[in-house]
Design a protein around this ligand. Structure first.
Ligand SMILES: Cc1ncc(COP(=O)(O)O)c(C=O)c1O
Length: 390
């Protein structure tokens, strides 16, 4: 593409109803945002599943640690290694049932950094069709052969594993909880296949940690199945902080410290972020009723209310509630109508989801009140009336 073609490309994006714009908000609480004019909105598009961004103990831990510097001043291997990030890695080992862990600056960087450090020419990566963009980009950068299997289709994955020649290592990579549909990967089947075909299994628990499994431990705890080679995730969703991680065998972690370029060549996260994430991780284990059980209780309440009202919410068990709309422009119209009535939720359109499956992505948190859940339900019933009647 030439730079002079950009106006035309932008016009086409606009015509298709796919333009993206940044809109600023200030979060007054975990569920209440304010725009620059001072208008307030109830937030239903955040991944702050447990409300940790505004939890008293988490804020206090971050404030204490910010006195050690607003930034880390360097990469982990040079001058940016703080106590807090290393302490967080130790706690992640416990929660993810692994002997080693490594923190990256984002979940995106964790996926890219792991996939292209560990795999290369001669290897084959088997990747679910609905995996997150950071997994897709990690696959692209890896220079390994990439085989995409239809979403959750274990029969097809098995055929592909059996028929794809591979001289090197086989990797199977999947989201634990899928970010746009909220469904959970079939972990027991994936483990069976990885054993049968001697593959390594990578699970990205970005939307699973804090949300599913005993004490919010994630997908392995949900299925009580721990034969996962690399447990990847983010600190930016249920932990209310920033950053990503991988938990694995210490040998793999040592290798990543020496070979993963996003880890090596980027300034480390500051102590305040490490302290916030570590405190959140300890809280969610100590108080399962206050966090994981609460988000699930709120989710069940809203899902049932929406279903009873005829709103086309997808079935599932996680706080990601996709409200299926189909048409891109209709999705945007509905999100705008909700915004006018003080409700913030996201219209998800291609390329994030396949064409014709545009939706509103509504996320529930432990911090939402019943009143807030009732409000979003009422607004959706009224504004999408013509859709739910069909
Ligand atoms: C499944 C999944 N993996 C990774 C990421 C990236 O994490 P981060 O936002 O920390 O970069 C996200 C979302 O942002 C995600 O949904």
């Amino acid at each position: 593409m030439k730079i002079e073609d950009i106006p035309q490309v932008l016009k086409e994006i606009e015509k298709a109803g796919l333009t993206r714009r940044v809109v600023d908000y200030r979060m007054k609480t975990a569920t209440l945002a304010m725009d620059r004019r001072g208008t307030e909105y109830i937030v239903f598009n955040s991944n702050d599943y447990l409300g940790m961004t505004h939890e008293k103990e988490v804020l206090e831990a971050a404030r204490r640690a910010i006195s050690f510097g607003t930034g880390s001043g360097g990469s982990r291997l040079v001058s940016g290694a703080t106590f807090e990030i290393s302490d967080l890695e130790k706690e992640l080992c416990k929660v993810k049932h692994k002997e080693g862990a490594l923190v990256f600056n984002t979940g995106y960087m964790a996926n890219v950094g792991v996939l292209y450090a560990l795999s290369g020419p001669g290897d084959v990566i088997f990747s679910d069709a609905l995996n997150h963009a950071s997994i897709i980009d990690g696959c692209r950068m890896a220079r390994a052969k990439v085989v995409v299997y239809p979403h959750g289709n274990m029969a097809r994955l098995e055929e592909l594993l059996a028929e794809t020649p591979c001289d090197g290592e086989r990797f199977i990579v999947t989201d634990g909880v899928f970010s746009m549909d909220g469904d959970i990967c079939p972990l027991p089947d994936l483990v069976r296949l990885k054993r049968k075909y001697h593959a390594r299994l990578l699970v990205d628990d970005a939307h699973a940690l804090g949300v599913i499994g005993k004490n919010g431990g994630g997908t392995s705890d949900y299925f009580q199945e721990y034969d996962v080679d690399l447990q990847i995730g983010t600190l930016s969703k249920a932990l209310g902080a920033e950053g990503g991680y991988v938990a694995a065998d210490p040998l793999i972690i040592d290798y990543l410290k020496n070979r993963s370029r996003p880890f090596i060549f980027s300034t480390a996260l500051p102590a305040s972020i490490g302290a916030a994430a570590l405190t959140a991780l300890k809280l969610l284990q100590a108080y399962p009723q206050r966090f994981t059980a609460k988000v699930n209780e709120n989710t069940t309440y809203l899902r049932n209310r929406l279903k009873e009202s005829g709103v086309s919410v997808k079935e599932g068990e996680t706080p990601i509630l996709p409200i299926m709309v189909g048409d891109e422009k209709e999705g945007v119209r509905l999100a705008e109508a909700c915004l006018k009535r003080g409700i913030l939720l996201s219209a998800i359109r291609p390329p994030a989801v396949p064409k014709g499956t545009s939706r509103l992505r509504l996320t529930v948190t432990a911090a939402h009140t019943k009143n807030e859940l009732d409000q979003v339900c009422q607004v959706l019933i009224e504004e999408g009336n013509h859709l739910w009647k069909q």
